[in-house]
Ligand binder design. Structure first.
Ligand code: HEM
Length: 503
């Protein structure tokens, strides 16, 4: 007679296999790699591979706009579905994928918060700070940092006819955006550009942390373990000497100054948040995510767009012509053109738009969860309640049915000379999703847009750019260097910056 323990094990195996089969069939009307139907291992491998965007782009080509990537996971490049999930009145919610974005040991931040009511309240209180409504004009701070950037490049990264000095665009752009976000958020600059160094070992830490964060997003179970107080004691805290620990210490310091008997009062983002009644701990948590989301994506957008401009001589020439003509006509403020002036330069705007399309800085899944009663997709297929639906941003931005057969090509002209109004409207609609949508849309968009348009315009006006050492791998040279959001992962990006004598 079988022992009780054998029976128990057999019973558990039966329950497990039945669950596996049930799950498999619940989404079997969505095609995808076979392993994905049974296990999250497919995603774990792809998400930590460094080539996530390439794998997921192929999914769209092989399995249609919404494909299966896990037992309970879909990935979509359908703009209608992406908008539906994030719309103000949507019944979709954030999935447990977002738990992995909780950086503070005790508290969520606006990006990791999953409770709809708390998130909406939080977001509403943060919005005036992020938009610059409550702060010293964002534009003024960006301009000041840009002047520092010009000096930084001239001092440390300038080549001449006599010698080549490698300008690592990965570090230059990341140093710049980290100094911008610290200035506008806390009125206290990190000093990356001034010291020409990573004072906290922060960039190195982020490089190491990204693949791990992907695993946390995929396996929320691990996250729950990390929240156990005993385990938390083993994780980096504000006493750690480098990486996220140093960033936490920084967050604690800048926040503490705003409380107590003689609080520092500044018209920056933090000042705005304090005025909305947030607690000290809430602000420490928010400060951490601000540093992360406020630097990496914009840096990626700037460097990849500049890379695409610098490697396309005809585009570089057209952009320079537009900028030089405006400068000669006295239509550009010095030392930095104004936002209003930048908006009147159609070719510049098209370059920025095209840069974010061809190389969307955020390719992570941002998975939402289908409502308990499920949902019927635009193509008639049923999505059961609780299914995780991620967005395939690379696939969407390179979708030939929206952008045409040359969707992979960096071609700013597509935004200026499209004769078919309906097609142009569809392209604009899809590209606009690069900043998310609706109730989860990017709060930092005004700042990111200022940084992108001004930095690109001034760097093209002031310097000659020649790519010397971009890793050349097949037809997608730079994409190969990208992990998740591009980010600090696009390392060691050798570009020659030469002072343009005309300026
Ligand atoms: C080119 C640069 C940027 C891109 C492409 C970008 C993209 C995005 C996307 C796609 C989302 C939506 C996430 C979702 O669906 O859950 C998002 C959210 C967010 N972004 Fe950005 N972002 C950029 C720059 C910034 C900057 C500079 C900041 C800060 C100053 C920022 C702050 C935020 C915040 C706080 C959220 C969360 C909004 C919420 O949960 O309600 N972003 N961003």
């Amino acid at each position: 007679m079988a022992s009780l323990s054998t029976l128990l094990i057999a019973g558990l195996v039966v329950v497990y296999v039945t669950r596996l089969i049930k799950r498999y069939y619940a989404l079997s009307h969505f095609k995808g790699p076979w392993l994905a139907g049974f296990s999250r291992l497919y995603q774990a491998r792809v998400d930590s591979s460094g080539d996530m965007h390439i794998h997921y782009n192929r999914l769209g080509e092989n399995y249609g706009s919404t494909a299966r990537i896990g037992p309970n996971h879909l990935l979509t490049r359908d703009p209608v579905l992406i908008k539906r999930m994030s719309a103000a009145n949507s019944t979709y919610t954030r999935s447990s994928w977002y738990n992995g974005l909780r950086l503070h040991p005790k508290l969520d931040n606006v990006v990791s918060l999953r409770d709809e009511v708390s998130h909406a309240k939080f977001r509403k209180s943060l919005a005036p700070g992020y938009s610059g409504k409550d702060t010293t004009p964002l534009e003024k701070s960006v301009d000041e940092c840009l002047v520092q950037l010009f000096d930084f490049i001239k001092t440390h990264h300038l080549s001449s006819d006599k010698k080549y000095v490698k300008a690592d665009l990965a570090r230059i752009t990341t140093f710049f955006t980290l100094d911008v976000i610290s200035t506008v958020a806390f009125g206290k600059q990190f000093g990356f550009m001034e010291s020409n160094a990573d004072p906290f070992g922060y960039i190195e830490h982020i490089q190491e942390a990204f693949p791990f964060m992907h695993i946390l997003m995929l396996y929320p179970e691990i996250n729950n373990i990390l929240r156990i107080p005993f385990i938390q004691r083993l994780l980096p805290d504000a006493t750690s000497k480098s990486g996220m620990g140093r960033a936490m210490a920084f967050a604690q310091d800048v926040v503490s100054e705003r409380f107590g008997s003689t609080p520092v009062v500044r018209k920056d983002m933090l000042g705005s948040f304090v005025s909305k009644g947030f607690s000290k701990t809430q602000l420490e948590s928010e400060t951490l995510i601000q540093i992360t989301v406020g630097s990496d994506s914009t840096a990626s957008g700037i460097r990849m767009t500049l890379y695409n401009i610098a490697t396309n001589p005809s585009i570089l020439t057209k952009l320079r012509h537009e900028l030089d003509t405006a400068l000669a006509a006295g239509r550009l403020d010095r030392p930095v053109l104004s936002d209003q002036q930048a908006r009147r330069l159609p070719y510049l705007q098209s370059c920025v738009r095209e840069g974010l399309r061809v190389f969307p800085p955020i390719v992570a899944q941002l998975a939402k969860e289908a409502p308990p009663g499920g949902d019927v997709l635009p193509d008639g297929r049923f999505v059961p309640g609780g299914t995780h639906v991620g967005w395939n941003s690379w696939g969407l931005m390179h979708d030939t049915s929206i952008f045409g057969p040359d969707a992979d090509v960096f071609r700013p002209e597509r935004w200026l000379h499209e004769p078919d109004d309906a097609k142009l409207a569809r392209m604009l609609d899809a590209q606009g999703l690069v900043f998310g949508y609706g109730r989860f849309g990017c709060l930092g968009r005004p700042l990111a847009s200022l940084e992108l348009e001004k930095t690109l315009a001034e760097l093209v006006l002031r310097f000659d750019w020649h790519v010397r050492e971009a890793p050349a791998v097949g037809s997608a040279p730079v994409a190969e260097t990208q992990t998740d959001s591009g980010a600090e992962e696009q390392r060691d990006f050798g570009i020659q910056a030469q002072w343009d004598d005309l300026q």
